[in-house]
Design a protein around this ligand. Sequence first.
Ligand SMILES: Nc1ncnc2c1ncn2[C@@H]1O[C@H](COP(=O)(O)OP(=O)(O)O)[C@@H](O)[C@H]1O
Ligand SMILES: [Mg+2]
Length: 224
Amino acid sequence: MTRKSTGIPGLDSMLQNGFAFPSAILVAGEPGTGKTTLAVQSLFHGAREGEKGLYITAISEPQWLVQKFLSSFSFYDQQLVEKGMVNFIDLGPSIAKNPSDMLEIIKKKIEQYQPERIAIDPITPMTDLLQWRGETREFMHELFAFLKAFNSLVIITAEMSYDDIAHSQESYMVDGVIVLSYPEEEKVRRKFLEVLKMRGTKHTTGRQLIDITDEGLAVQAGLR
Ligand SMILES: Nc1ncnc2c1ncn2[C@@H]1O[C@H](COP(=O)(O)OP(=O)(O)O)[C@@H](O)[C@H]1O
Ligand SMILES: [Mg+2]
């Protein structure tokens, strides 16, 4: 099995040296737990290894705002963005009008950019848009079938609580599930990462403490 470094310090060693390639990984957690940081950090890591990255969002936040937040991290490299090694695209405006076109737009973008690492961050607004039409399941099935056929490492983030993950369609369809959380314990809020499943991989279980600093997200060393 080919493996690629996650780009997250401390995470590769929890996963027998990284993510399987190709594979689709769900990174779930509530807002502010570090999903975007993890996904984009992994894209930049890949880009430094020569892998083209594509970041797809549908949040319709002005692009510069998202990139401004991300560009404060040391892993963010504007030159890699300018060279087209990491590409950011926002589907926001187009999909709000025609949610049913979303799948085709995503496929086209992936075919156009030919990325080896992809982040879809977060998928939740996309599936919410389709929910009322009852099209979510079909969308997810077709998206995953397409992604599977495409040779890449895909990180899909979802705004979800622990309780929702086990029952979510997303978690059935992916090869791996990572949960980020920040429970309040004894009046202290700490951030954690937990590998819930990882197909074909012996992985560390249980919540591991993480740090988010200017360097990005890292699993704390020495505590496992
Ligand atoms: N330079 C930094 N140093 C420490 N913490 C940071 C830094 N930048 C962001 N954070 C923290 O990390 C979190 C990052 O959130 P983000 O990756 O956007 O999460 P999500 O995508 O899950 O909403 C923020 O809530 C913030 O608390
Ligand atoms: Mg985010």
